[in-house]
Design a protein around this ligand. Structure first.
Ligand code: FES
Length: 106
């Protein structure tokens, strides 16, 4: 029998992350995630491009569209769905707030 355990990790308050800003964060597991404060709220995705692992923190954000700086693959940061020439989706992580602090399921 397989038991699934939800693991939520604290990211803190993140009040200093302004709309349009992105921040790469290392989780205790060593996994790197990219936090993005878009106009529609806080999002979290894989920090490395699924194409050739370019750091997406160096990418461009336009509304809810994130563009990799190397070959210009694009994704919707709410869903991870590929757009334009992208050939693979972007991993998106679930976030929630508790007592003013953000938690990520990763
Ligand atoms: S490394 Fe990101 S699109 Fe190629």
């Amino acid at each position: 029998m397989t038991v699934l355990v939800e693991v939520w990790q604290s990211l803190g308050k993140l009040d200093d992350l302004a709309v349009g800003e992105m921040r790469e964060v290392a989780l205790p597991s060593g996994k790197l995630v990219l936090l993005i404060r878009s106009e529609s709220g806080l999002r979290a995705c894989c920090a490395d491009c699924p194409h050739q692992a370019t750091p997406l923190a160096e990418g461009m954000l336009d509304g809810n569209v994130l563009t990799c700086p190397l070959h210009f693959w694009q994704w919707n940061i709410e869903t991870g769905e590929e757009m334009g020439v992208a050939e693979a989706p972007l991993e998106i992580f679930e976030l929630r707030q508790e007592n003013g602090k953000w938690l990520i399921r990763a």
